[in-house]
Design a protein around this ligand. Structure first.
Ligand code: ZN
Length: 261
């Protein structure tokens, strides 16, 4: 075993294997008492929050009172919320629904992987910002069909050397992957602030193909719905879901681990 790296998680697995190897008769049954008395505990760590600071538009940590208008906890109420209706500049009609929750931060704020995983795509997103898509070693509880890995789209990240991961690369929980970018032309929400945000989209992994897809109808969606704009497309893959509950859980986990003060 010399020169062989073993992660903490793997030690638990190896220990379990050793215990089982001691059972001489292959017909022996491993019962509940064996698992209870085994002196080990197998635990999957919860998801980390992608930042070490609270967002400027979280209700408990608003940068100032104006940021309440961009509080990402609301329901379809502002540009930072899930399923908020986006209007066409020409016709002023709602043409698509926002597929993310937007977490407001200053430009250059480091972004971290929320779990172990594999980078699936690094590409231009829009308005001078990029996107990092990671398949994580995590099963979304909401998924109807079990056995899929959750996919997370980290959007509006800073381009160039600020992106620290490549397609096909493995990432570990808590690894820095990039930084907050600035949209160009920038948006001043709330005025006069000129800052960035993480546009975070989550998918159960039950779908396949590109995450952005204009051909997907509202009725195709497995989980994403709207109260105000039923029938309008998200232009996203059918396994998209509202990340709010999971983001809240991630903040709790991250505070417990002193990842966020
Ligand atoms: Zn967004």
């Amino acid at each position: 075993m010399s020169g062989f790296k073993v992660a903490k998680r793997d030690i638990a697995k190896l220990y379990l294997k050793t215990q089982c190897d001691n059972i001489e008769n292959t017909g022996d049954i491993i019962d509940k008492d064996f698992l209870k008395g085994g002196g080990f505990k197998l635990e999957t760590p919860g998801l980390l929050f992608p930042f070490r600071k609270m967002p400027q538009n979280h209700p408990d940590s608003l940068k100032n009172a104006k940021y309440d208008s961009y509080n990402y906890h609301y329901n379809e109420k502002n540009a930072a919320t899930f399923a908020y209706g986006r209007r066409s500049k020409k016709t002023k009609k709602i043409v698509r629904l926002h597929a993310a929750r937007d977490l407001y931060y200053d430009v250059n704020e480091p972004i971290y992987a929320i779990a172990d995983g594999i980078v699936k795509r690094v590409a231009f997103f829009y308005y001078d910002t990029w996107v990092i898509e990671i398949e994580h070693e995590y099963e979304a509880k909401i998924a109807k069909i079990k056995g899929h890995k959750m996919l997370v789209r980290y959007g509006e990240v800073k381009k160039g050397s600020a992106i620290l991961v490549k397609e096909g690369e493995k990432v570990t929980r808590g690894q820095k992957i990039g930084e907050i970018g600035l949209l160009n032309p920038y948006v001043r929400q709330p005025y006069p602030d000129k800052r960035g945000m993480l546009h975070i989209e989550m998918y159960t992994g039950e779908g396949s193909g590109n995450l952005s897809d204009k051909s997907i109808k509202y009725s195709d969606m497995l989980y994403a719905t709207s109260k105000k704009n039923k029938g309008i497309t998200f232009q996203r893959r059918k396994d998209l879901f509202d990340p709010l509950d999971l983001l809240n859980e991630m903040i709790k986990t991250s505070k417990k681990e002193n990842w966020i003060e």
